[in-house]
Design a protein around this ligand. Structure first.
Ligand code: PMP
Length: 426
């Protein structure tokens, strides 16, 4: 089949993320990807500014990750995890327990970020049930929060942008606190916490956990909030006997300048969700980790087990890739790499503040964001970016980049220049 025919079939039969099957946005065929470059059919090479949605931190087609996948394929791609185990899972569990915020030593491997959120919510409910607190079955989360697209995850996403109206009648009723107004480098004041305190005081007895994205609210608006807020939330959760779930699916593995965003506030959650960059963007894998107290609590009363068990749980191929990806990250001076990406983005994006229509510019770690006054026309912006040989995909009123950590200064400048051009012409 020619690319014209393939695209025609794609248009008619295949759903892409959040698109219409009747009137889909254009998609561009990819032939291969290497380093920070994605090669489109026809040979055009574009610089990747997205890391395939936070995942491909080491770039594409990395020799060490390819070798890990190939070695594992020679042994086995998959075996069921019920009644069996394997080295990739055990080694990965050990490695993750050593690097996540302290105390999170029990791990549940699952397929995707959304599923790891479902697992976290179920852990919280089962834990309180085991403690004789059956009434604790609701959750508290943040406006502008995003935790995935499955039903439980959706029920803790922002109630306005998070599809609640569309699925009302089916989604659980949860509680929402305002998105923290204190920016990353601002202090957290009592007024920022007042609503959280009110909700916890009034409803703590029915709330199992507070789930949030630590420090960076991603898909809900690319907002960076004060670590001091997170520190206070940790205290409030203890005070009102509510578990804290940190969704580090997007922020984990160095993206914000710390290995995990919780480190900005020097806190440990009770449960953490990991995904995306876990396998360096090679294959889907996620994990939910919790403290020994929660794990033994869950298993200390009937039914005595944690009730979840996906078919592809701890897939050996995915675990080997995760192990190789985390080793690759830790084996280099990743902090310095992220810091230099951060400094360069700050220097090159800051002047864009003066472009009419640009409301805010913010940079944290290897995330650079330009917030506009109006919504971006995605199809037109994508076309414009491709004309500049870069791959940047805006959403809502945000043009943002989160490039692979291996990006060189020249390529990063091409991305920031393209953002400025787009802001001027949109
Ligand atoms: N939580 C956060 C913070 C995310 O950014 C995402 C993915 N965009 C998810 C959960 C859901 O992960 P997945 O798409 O792998 O289901």
């Amino acid at each position: 089949m020619s690319w014209t025919e393939l695209l025609e079939f794609d248009r008619k039969h295949i759903w892409h993320p959040y698109t219409s099957i009747i009137d889909p946005l254009p998609v561009y065929p990819v032939e291969s990807a290497n380093g920070v470059r994605i090669k489109l059919a026809g040979g055009q090479e574009v610089i990747d500014g997205m890391s395939s949605w936070w995942c491909a931190i080491h770039g594409y087609n990395h020799p060490a990750l390819n070798a890990a996948a190939q070695a594992q394929l020679e042994r086995m791609s998959h075996v069921m995890f019920g009644g069996l185990t394997h080295e990739p899972a055990v080694h990965l569990a050990g490695m993750l327990a050593g690097i996540v915020p302290k105390g999170l030593e029990k791990i549940f491997f699952c397929d995707s970020g959304s599923v790891s959120v479902e697992v976290a919510l179920k852990m919280a409910i089962q834990y309180w049930r085991a403690m004789g607190r059956e009434g604790k079955t609701r959750f508290l989360s943040l406006e502008k929060g995003y935790h995935g697209d499955t039903l439980g995850a959706m029920s803790v996403c922002d109630p306005v942008t998070g599809m609640h109206t569309l699925f009302s009648g089916y989604l659980n009723h949860n509680y929402f606190a305002p998105s923290p107004e204190c920016a990353f480098d601002e202090p957290c004041r009592d007024m920022h916490l007042a609503r959280v305190r009110d909700i916890l005081r009034g409803h703590g007895h029915e709330i199992a956990a507070f789930i949030l994205e630590p420090v960076v609210q991603g898909a809900g608006g690319m907002w960076f909030y004060s670590p001091a807020y997170l520190k206070e939330i940790r205290k409030l959760c203890r005070e009102f006997e509510v578990l804290l779930i940190a969704d580090e699916i997007a922020t984990g593995f160095g993206r914000t300048g710390k290995l995990f965003a919780c480190e900005h506030a020097d806190i440990s959650p009770d449960i953490i969700c990991l995904g995306k960059a876990l396998t360096g963007g090679y294959i889907s894998l996620a994990a939910t980790m919790c403290t020994a107290t929660i794990a033994s609590g869950i298993c200390s009363s009937a039914p005595g087990v944690f009730m979840h068990g996906p078919t592809f749980m701890a897939n050996p191929l995915a675990c080997s890739l995760a192990l190789a990806s985390v080793k690759l990250l830790l084996g280099q001076n990743w902090k310095q790499r992220i810091r230099s990406i951060e400094q360069q983005m700050k220097k090159e994006l800051e002047p864009c503040r003066s472009i009419p229509g640009v409301r805010d510019v913010r940079v944290l770690g290897a995330i650079g964001v330009m917030e506009l006054d109006t919504e971006v026309n995605v199809a037109a912006a994508q076309k414009l970016f491709l004309e500049m040989n870069v791959w940047i995909r805006p959403f809502l009123n945000l043009i943002y980049i989160m490039p692979p950590y291996i990006i060189e200064p020249g390529d990063l400048s091409r991305l920031t220049q393209a953002m400025a051009v787009a802001a001027k012409s949109i």
